[in-house]
Design a protein around this ligand. Sequence first.
Ligand SMILES: NC(=O)c1ccc[n+]([C@@H]2O[C@H](COP(=O)([O-])OP(=O)(O)OC[C@H]3O[C@@H](n4cnc5c(N)ncnc54)[C@H](OP(=O)(O)O)[C@@H]3O)[C@@H](O)[C@H]2O)c1
Length: 429
Amino acid sequence: MTVRELRIGMLGCGTVGSAVARMLDEHKDDIERRAGVRLRITRVAVRDASASRTAPLSPDVLTTDPWSVVNAPDVDVVLELIGGTDPAKDLLLAAFAAGKPVVTANKELLATSGKELFDAADAADRDIRFEAAVAGGIPLIAPLKESLSGERIARLLGIVNGTTNYVLTRMSEQGSTVDEALDDARTLGYAEADPTADIDGSDAAAKCAILASIAFNTRVVGSDVYREGIGGITPQDISDASRLGYVVKLLAIAELEDGEVSARVHPAMIPASHPLASVRDAFNAVFVEGGKVGQLMFYGRGAGGDPTAASVVGDLVAVARNLAFGGRAIGCTCVLDRPIRSMDHTTGQYYLNLHVEDRPGVLAEIAETFGRIGVSIERVWQEGFGEEATLVFITHRAREGAFQEAVSELRELPSVRSVASLLRVEGEG
Ligand SMILES: NC(=O)c1ccc[n+]([C@@H]2O[C@H](COP(=O)([O-])OP(=O)(O)OC[C@H]3O[C@@H](n4cnc5c(N)ncnc54)[C@H](OP(=O)(O)O)[C@@H]3O)[C@@H](O)[C@H]2O)c1
């Protein structure tokens, strides 16, 4: 197929879509030099065609019928920026059925229906590219999928949600509660009106599923990812961590061990010296460990119209080159069927702060429980006296299931008044 221009049918023209339209307009000559063809938006579907927009688009390209965009003869590539799964999924399947490649920023759709979309792309022999779906403006999918083709990835550790990273940064630096920090985040435009998917970790879990699938060549879907959000993080957790030289972050972790994949999202303490500890505010970063390349870190703005548009336009250029000069992006790499390791069978280190009775023998009782269940203690110390007495433990690496069993038993001991704080510890060593 020889094309002189790539005609883009854009589904959605909100935060990201408007920024893409601006970027294609402002940098058109540079983009054309790289793509080898001119990139032009010929059709745009929105919900409300009369709403005012910041995008440099002529009003006659707008429609409220997304199907007419997908099927239009003057659309060579479908750019999906609607979000959600319905009708986005059917629209993309229709694009492939019409022989059109797809660029999307939709993590939710990829984390639930990735297989169907990749199968459809293969059947159509067309590209599906989704750089913007994980960590917005940070080039991460192409490095993992293309640049690191010869590498065996062992582990990914990332901060992939800007809202929660902003909230945790405010809690650490200003002593705020989750709710206070979230109010600030809304004022600054770092949080949606409804930030549930950020706070409960489901946004990060969708991204974790996508990254794990690419890194380990096996299908991982959102529901395979163990998930805990930051709603339960207290100022005490943050100050405990800080006193011990740690920072609390919401981490997305994907690991390959003994042929099994574990994928999880939860808050964790990381040493203040760890590269991820210095990732502040709404920034994102993903730390990758490869067998040959060693450690890599990708850092930048994980959201926002303009940064995300940079990823989308990069994908459009790649698609344009393939259509114009022949070729295809690497297709689905999920060729293996690796088992997903349950959370109980993962191993980790733990921080536990117990509010206890201040009398002889209490430490021995607690140590007996840990010892019997097979959780060994790296460090223990007492803080405070009398009514204020707490025992603080950092474990050696232990199986999650064993640690949780030990904590359940400890809660029942008469000498343990309450569990003041419990956090996983990551990034040591
Ligand atoms: N915002 C970010 O920073 C960011 C970063 C990375 C990835 N993403 C992903 O990018 C995608 C778009 O996000 P966004 O922030 O740009 O969303 P947004 O601002 O809410 O924009 C969504 C757009 O889709 C249109 N739309 C929604 N449903 C539609 C339908 N059924 N038919 C036609 N048009 C429809 C809306 O039309 P109206 O304008 O008329 O309402 C709007 O223009 C999502 O998948 C998101 O997860 C966003």
